[in-house]
Write a protein that binds this ligand. Structure first.
Ligand SMILES: [Zn+2]
Length: 456
């Protein structure tokens, strides 16, 4: 056994956890939208539990909401927008007109396969040959370049996009019939989930049309007719509510096509805007939201969260997690959890309640992919979301793990009116204002079957 010496700075300090080794966990300090720092990890023996302890209910706190998504927020919120889009990175500068532009331009954070641009490169060479022949025929060089630069990928916004925060790793498959998920897994080739923006997808009557839109978009993006798309079948519960799941399946993809589609993650043209993500479970960075504080000083909330995450109670919880971990993995896991806690950052949403009363809300994020084990991550998120966050002169805040459901991007950390995507440079997708009800999206492409093979 190891031991942890718990600092006395916490508001809820209690007893020292039994263990070996000594740990000092000073309070965190940080600036707005920057990771919290100064966490010293327990020096416990080794990593990751092979059989993680059962995850507690995420709703011990009466204020916390379940991890399941709620009815999408399709309202336009009366608000003051925060200083910048949540977690948005600066968009790329406009592309320069250079002959190399025929290669798809990838966001800098991705590492697409070296083969992903082969199809477009071949197209570009064909275009170049055609343009050169045109030039030989006497056309101006300006027309030559203009013709050469037009590629299908130019129709899609090519900047670094904000991240879409989902409720939990399985969130995008919720509402899909389980038998169909099994069937999807058996489909050939590489697979991606594709989630269209806006609320049309919530109406099952629009799915055939959306299926056709994906059919055309994937064909256009990959310059291939070898991929397929399948519409989701609602499970009984969703069907009874007359709603529809939001995730379609792109399958029979080749590795280069898979990498190309993932490279931009979000594809936005005037015809369709959608997000792609792997079928693998992806843990969201958004952990929870704190409401109820009548202060605009984000730094205060950040310090409050940092102090809570490093108080005696939290240390005891971490110790309990480590105690259920294999001895030779405790040290590694303790460092991992420390890095996860240190990666936290806070953003403020300047929303207004009824009566135009300013009601700021604070979103708490951390780098969830640092925690390799989904069960451990779920336990940590549930525990942290259910802690009491009591600010001096403010009282106790209310925590929510699914505070919103944006009707535009389907993210859960902001309302539609604060969706960051319409502010993206060159955005081609839907705006914050709600779509007309039951609008058949991009119906100019006509109707198609519920499953669509691009070879068809
Ligand atoms: Zn949104």
């Amino acid at each position: 056994m190891t031991s942890i010496t718990v600092p006395s700075a916490a508001t809820n300090a209690s007893t020292t956890a039994p263990t070996s080794g000594t740990t000092t966990l000073p309070p965190l300090t940080e600036t707005r939208d920057q990771p919290m720092k100064a966490f010293t990890m327990p020096t416990l023996p080794e990593e990751e539990a092979t059989s993680p302890p059962p995850s507690p209910s995420p709703n011990n706190n009466p204020g916390a909401q379940p991890l399941l998504p709620t009815t999408p927020d399709t309202s336009n919120v009366n608000m003051n927008v925060d200083t910048s889009p949540i977690t948005a990175n600066p968009p790329h500068a406009p592309a320069s007109y250079n002959i190399t532009l025929v290669t798809p331009r990838m966001p800098p954070q991705t590492t697409p396969s070296t083969n992903v641009n082969m199809g477009d490169t071949q197209n570009a060479l064909a275009n170049l040959k055609q343009c050169l022949q045109s030039a030989k025929a006497g056309n101006s060089s300006q027309n030559l370049y203009q013709g050469f630069l037009r590629t299908p990928l130019d129709r899609y916004t090519n900047v670094t996009m904000p991240a879409v925060q989902i409720a939990h790793p399985m969130a995008e498959l919720e509402g899909v019939d389980k038998d169909q998920i099994d069937e999807w897994i058996s489909y050939p080739g590489m697979k991606l989930l594709a989630i269209p923006f806006d609320t049309d997808v919530l109406n099952l009557a629009n799915h055939d049309c959306l299926c056709g839109n994906f059919f055309a978009a994937v064909n256009e993006i990959t310059n291939s007719n070898e991929a397929s798309v399948s519409a989701p079948k609602p499970n009984q519960e969703v069907a009874l509510r007359r709603r529809a799941p939001i995730s379609f399946l792109l399958y029979d993809l080749t590795p280069p096509q898979y990498q190309l589609l993932l490279a931009r993650s979000i594809w936005s043209s005037t015809s369709i805007t959608f997000r792609v993500m792997p079928l693998d479970l992806v843990k969201p960075n958004f952990l929870f939201q704190i409401q109820g504080f009548t202060t605009n000083i984000t730094e205060q909330v950040r310090n409050l969260v940092a102090n809570t995450w490093h108080d005696t109670e939290t240390r005891e919880f971490i110790t309990s997690v480590l105690d259920r971990t294999q001895e030779n993995k405790k040290l590694s896991l303790s460092h991992t959890i420390g890095s996860f806690l240190d990666s936290a950052h806070v953003t403020r949403l300047d929303t207004r309640d009824s009566g135009n009363v300013l009601a700021p809300k604070y979103n708490i994020y951390a780098k969830s992919d640092l925690i390799p084990n989904d069960t451990t991550w779920s336990r940590l998120r549930a525990y942290l979301a259910n802690r009491q966050y009591v600010a001096p002169m403010q009282g106790q805040g209310t925590t929510l793990t699914t505070p919103f459901h944006c009707g535009l991007c389907h993210g859960i950390d902001h309302p539609r009116g604060l969706c960051p995507f319409p502010e993206v440079e060159g955005w081609n997708g839907p705006k914050c204002s709600q779509s007309p009800p039951n609008r058949s999206s991009n119906s100019n492409r006509g109707r198609h079957g519920r499953g669509r093979n691009l070879r068809a």
